[in-house]
Write a protein that binds this ligand. Sequence first.
Ligand SMILES: [Zn+2]
Ligand SMILES: [Zn+2]
Ligand SMILES: [Zn+2]
Length: 116
Amino acid sequence: MPKLTTKRTGMEEVTCSFCGGTGKDPFGIMSWMSTCCVCGGKGVVLVRTPNTRCAHCNGTGAIKTLTCTVCMGTGLVPLPSEPTTMCPECHGSGDDESVSSMACLKCRGRGFVIKS
Ligand SMILES: [Zn+2]
Ligand SMILES: [Zn+2]
Ligand SMILES: [Zn+2]
C-alpha cells in the first residue's frame, strides 16, 4: 500500500505503532478481540509532519501495556519548526529520571527541547 502523504495539511497516514497495523488491542486488556484504542481499528493513524520517533516509548506507542501519553500511541511526535537539541534532563530518553514509565517533565517525553 502506498504511503499517503498530504503536504498541504502537513498530515500523513502511518501504520499504527500501538497495534502494529492489526487494528486490535495488542495487549487484550478487555479482550483479544478488542479494537485498538489508538487507531480505532483502522490500523493506520494520521500524524502531523514533519515528525520523529517518540523517545518516551521508543516509537512503540506503548508504555508497558498503556498507551504512551506523549505520542498518544502513534509512536511519532511532531517536530517543531525551531531548531531542537537533546533534552539535558533525560538525555534524549524522554523518561523521568526516577520513574521511567513517566514522561520527562522538561521535554514532555519527546527527548528534545527547543534550542534557546
Ligand atoms: Zn492501532
Ligand atoms: Zn510515545
Ligand atoms: Zn527530557
